[in-house]
Write a protein that binds this ligand. Structure first.
Ligand code: FAD
Length: 174
């Protein structure tokens, strides 16, 4: 396992790190990057370089799994909903007043939790700016977003808002 940074602690849960450390079949190489892949019809060998020592090694390896980080597929939303500098969707309190006015927010109320700069459009999961990239988090926030969709389209909005205020301890204005 090659990792470009000095360790895994910043981006991985401790229990997973421990499993990697305890596995006899995983050799962990921090500060190491793949520099060359060689092969014809299939991969034959991989060259990697240690960023600290500058030393390069070649190994006969036929499979590589690459995980280079999250790159949100939101280009199609640019100009439609406000995105942050990395292309993730801004929601709820992430919007500054300037940001909302630039995005043409037409309402007197602030966006609901998880609401984008387009009223009635909500975002949850990895694509949302500042989200924790975990399944449980995406599912949980998705279910909260649905509650706000109900508010948006409910005939009895006041009652729904009261219910959500109590449930999520959040400020929701009409
Ligand atoms: C290798 C790896 C291992 C992981 N391991 C764990 C783990 O052990 N535990 C954990 O909790 N989390 C793990 N995660 C994170 C977890 O997978 C994500 O947090 C979770 O899947 C986010 O769910 P999501 O619905 O927001 O996004 P996704 O699951 O990414 O779903 C987004 C969907 O939208 C589709 N899509 C993208 N662009 C468009 C478009 N323009 N139009 C239409 N559809 C589009 C995609 O094809 C995809 O199907 C892991 C992630 C990776 C990459």
């Amino acid at each position: 396992m090659l990792v470009g940074s000095t360790g895994l602690a910043e981006s991985m849960s401790r229990y997973l790190i421990r499993r990697i450390e305890n596995s006899p079949t995983i050799v962990f190489r921090p500060q190491t990057e793949i520099v060359t892949l060689e092969g014809g019809d299939h991969l034959n060998s991989v060259h990697w370089r240690n960023g600290q020592t500058g030393q390069t090694e070649q190994h006969k390896i036929s499979h590589v799994f690459v995980m280079t980080g999250a790159d949100p597929n939101t280009r199609c939303l640019d100009g439609c909903v406000a995105l942050d500098a990395k292309g993730f969707i801004k929601t709820g309190p992430d919007h500054s007043p300037e940001n909302l006015s630039a995005a043409g927010w037409p309402l007197s109320r602030q966006p609901y939790l998880l609401e984008t700069s387009l009223p009635g459009v909500f975002a949850a999961g990895d694509v949302r700016g500042g989200s924790i990239k975990r399944i449980a988090y995406a599912v949980g926030k998705g279910s909260i977003a649905i509650s706000f969709v109900h508010i948006k389209y409910s005939r009895n909005r006041k009652q729904m808002i009261l219910h959500l205020r109590l449930r999520y301890s959040t400020t929701i204005r009409l």
